[in-house]
Design a protein around this ligand. Sequence first.
Ligand code: PXP
Length: 255
Amino acid sequence: MNQENSKIRLGVNVDHVATLRNARGTVYPDPLKMALMLEKLGVNGITAHLREDRRHIIDQDVVNLVNNIKLPINLEMAATQEMQSIALELVPHAVCLVPERREERTTEGGLDIISTEKELKAYITPLLEKSIKVSIFVSAELEQIEAASRIGAPVVELNTGSFCDFFSQNRVEEYSNEMTKLKKAASRAKQLDLEVHGGHGISYDTARLVAAIPQIQELNIGHFLISESIFQGMSAVISKMRHEIDFGQKSYMGS
Ligand code: PXP
C-alpha cells in the first residue's frame, strides 16, 4: 500500500450531475441524491466545485452536501474573497484551491502559487484556523510544490490532466514525460511532508497508472465516472474504479 499503508481514497466529483440539471433548468438530477448514493457505494469523499459563474454546482448544493453527507466534503474553489467567506461559513472538511477562468471549459493548469505566495499564505490562514484541510491544485512542477509547502498548505493535488489527455491520444512519449514529472513532484511533496492527491481527466486506464505513484493518497474523479454511469450504472462504475485503483496501488508493492 502507500506510505500510510492504507488504500488510496476515492473522492467523487458530482459537478456534472448539476451540469445535467442546469441544462434544463429543472430540479433534477440532484447532486445530493448522487452523493447519498455514492456514500452507500463506499466511496471516501465527495467533491464539488463552486465556480464563480455557478455553471454547475450552486450555493444551495454545497449547503445540502455539507448538511447531509457524512463523508468528507472537498470544496473546490478559486481563491476569491467570496469563496473564502462561503468556506468559512460552511466549514467543509477540505478546500481545494484551483485557478479559474470564466472562458475555460474545465480547470486548466494548476494554481501559480509562486506569483501570489504572500497573498495565498494570508488567504489560507483563516481556513486552516477553522481546521479546514487546505489543498492546492498544482501542476507537477517542483517549484510550485515547494511554494505550497512554504505557505503552509498541508496538501497538494497534482494536476493529472495533461498526462490523461496524452494517454487518451496514445501520445506515448508525451504521457511518459508527464508521468515522470508527476512521480518527481509526488516524491518531492512527500519529502516536504505534504499529503499528495491527484485529479483531473482520470479514467479507468489512467487511474491504474496514477495509483501506482507511491505517494498518492487520494484521487478525485468526476467527469469520467458520471459519464460511464449513464451506461453502466454508478454501482458498477464505482466497483470497477475501486478495482483499478487498488490494482495500480498494489503494482509498486511487488505483491
Ligand atoms: N480535481 C480538481 C482540482 C478539479 O478541478 C477537477 C475538475 O473539477 C477534478 C479533480 C475532477 O476532474 P474530472 O472531472 O476531469 O475527473
